[in-house]
Design a protein around this ligand. Structure first.
Ligand code: SF4
Ligand code: SF4
Length: 64
């Protein structure tokens, strides 16, 4: 999953353009991710201020 550091983000939109899954929603006040995110990490590399991090999760819960 992707984690956003709100204090660093300047809403430039570079991550939105870099996302191949169209998984990032951005407006003047909100940056959010939807379930289409594949954890590819391209947005993390695209961010010029290091506001995004890719968090590796283990022990993923399988939906019932
Ligand atoms: S990790 Fe990949 S799929 Fe997920 S929001 Fe970033 S660029 Fe899009
Ligand atoms: S690329 Fe970085 S600074 Fe720009 S909108 Fe995305 S998270 Fe914010």
């Amino acid at each position: 999953m992707i984690e956003l550091n709100d204090d660093k983000c300047m809403h430039c939109g570079a991550c939105v353009g870099a996302c191949p899954a169209n998984a990032i929603y951005l407006n003047e006040v909100i940056l959010d991710f939807n379930d289409d995110c594949t954890d590819c990490g391209l947005c993390v590399r695209a961010c010029p201020v290091g506001a995004l991090s890719l968090i590796r999760t283990r022990g993923i819960k399988i939906p019932a």
